[in-house]
Design a protein around this ligand. Structure first.
Ligand code: FES
Length: 106
C-alpha cells in the first residue's frame, strides 16, 4: 500500500497508508487534515483542495492538465509546485508522496 504524507500549514505531519486509485484530496478529507476544504467534492471545480507538491516529488507528479490549470487561477498563492489534490491519483509510482497544505484556500 503506498504511503502518503500531508504536511499541514502549522507543520503537523500526517502519514497515511493509502489505496491505489484514491486521490490525495480524498485521503486528506477522510482523515480530517486541516486546510483541505474540497468544496466541489473532487470535480476540479472549486480550487479549495490546493496543495503544494513537495519539490522532490514535483517532477514525478507532473504538471496539471488544462482544466486543472484554469481552476488553479482561483487558488491562493499559486506556486510552480501547485496542484489540486483531487486531481492527484495515488499509484505505486507515488509511494511516499509528500504534499504541503497552503496557508489558506481561495
Ligand atoms: S475538490 Fe474541488 S477542485 Fe479539488
Amino acid at each position: 500500500m503506498p504511503k502518503l504524507t500531508i504536511i499541514a500549514f502549522d507543520g503537523t505531519q500526517y502519514d497515511f497508508d493509502v489505496q491505489n486509485g484514491s486521490t490525495v484530496m480524498e485521503n486528506a478529507v477522510r482523515n480530517s487534515v486541516p486546510g483541505i476544504e474540497a468544496e466541489c467534492g473532487g470535480a476540479c471545480a472549486c480550487a479549495t483542495c490546493h496543495v503544494y507538491v513537495d519539490e522532490q516529488w514535483s517532477a514525478t507528479v507532473g504538471p496539471p492538465e488544462a482544466m486543472e490549470e484554469d481552476m488553479l487561477d482561483f487558488a491562493y498563492e499559486v506556486k510552480p509546485t501547485s496542484r489540486l489534490s483531487c486531481q492527484i491519483k495515488i499509484s505505486d509510482g507515488l509511494d511516499g508522496l509528500v504534499v504541503h497544505v497552503p496557508e489558506r484556500q481561495a
